[in-house]
Design a protein around this ligand. Structure first.
Ligand SMILES: C[S@@+](CC[C@H](N)C(=O)[O-])C[C@H]1O[C@@H](n2cnc3c(N)ncnc32)[C@H](O)[C@@H]1O
Length: 253
């Protein structure tokens, strides 16, 4: 059994983007899957539901309600469900994640919905190029071991004009909010998360992975570089989270 020290350094190394990140992320999410939803809503005071709703709206799916939409790093399928439950939605959502227990934990939500859960790596999706009208990743981008490869893969599966949305934690600009947020994220959340999930490192990894994720402007730049046009940023809840959205515009620059 690994020591607490080993587990901590593993979380630190993974958050910093080490070569072990992929295996660490896949294992940790598989382990916390049964308690993931409970912890999500508890630790975010359920604001996460509103953020996902805003992110799904940013997809502009009502322009093509019959289209194929890809939920990347779909986890327990909250985003897929948010999109598919709309009465005007007549398309299909492909909910992809490489941690099968996460998809399994969300199965009941999408029982009567047009959602297909697919066990797949976001960096090499089993989806033909130029087929999707939209792609979305909620709280998954910072977990990718190669962010640029993930953005490029979203670009590949999208049709020209298709929208790519990234919902991710960010950093509040107001110093007072930023201090409170950092205290909560680095002190309270890891302790509470550990208590409820009974997982030694998952909720320690979370704030570290946010710290290691590019800032809003840098992320927008990388989306543009990958071939997305009109990349816009919407800050949520004082900048605790942000939505990036852009449209595919042909071959990557
Ligand atoms: C924080 S959860 C987010 C789940 C969900 N999108 C949500 O909004 O709650 C991150 C998910 O990303 C998945 N993930 C991370 N890297 C991945 C990759 N390379 N391929 C597929 N899934 C990945 C994990 O398995 C996990 O389920």
């Amino acid at each position: 059994m690994p020591s607490v020290q080993t587990e901590r350094s593993e979380a630190l190394a993974a958050a910093a983007g080490s070569v072990e990140k992929r295996a660490y992320v896949r294992r940790v999410f598989s382990e916390i899957a049964p308690r993931y939803d409970l912890l999500n809503h508890l630790l975010s005071f359920s604001i996460d539901k509103r953020w996902r709703r805003r992110a799904v709206a940013a997809l502009g799916w009502d322009r093509d309600p019959n289209g194929i939409y890809v939920d990347l790093c779909a986890g327990t399928l909250d985003v897929a469900n948010e999109l598919a439950r709309n009465p005007r939605f007549a398309g299909t959502v492909l909910g992809t994640d490489f941690a099968e227990p996460m998809l399994r934990a969300g199965r009941e939500k999408i029982a009567s919905r047009p959602v297909a859960p697919i066990v797949a790596d976001a960096l090499s999706l089993p989806i033909r190029g130029s087929t999707a009208s939209g792609a979305i990743v909620a709280f998954g981008a910072r977990n990718l071991d190669d962010l640029d490869a993930g953005i490029a893969e979203a670009h590949r599966v999208l049709r020209d004009g298709g929208t790519f949305v990234i919902l991710e934690f960010s950093t509040p600009r107001l110093p007072i909010i930023r201090s409170l947020y950092r205290f909560y994220f680095h002190r309270v959340l890891p302790a509470l998360g550990r208590l409820v999930s009974r997982h030694p490192t998952a909720y320690r990894y979370l704030p570290l992975s946010v710290d290691n994720f590019p800032g809003e402007q840098e992320l927008a730049r990388r989306m543009t570089q990958a071939g997305f046009a009109n990349v816009r940023v919407t800050r949520l809840s004082f900048g605790i989270a942000a939505i990036h959205a852009g449209e595919r515009r042909g071959a990557a620059a």
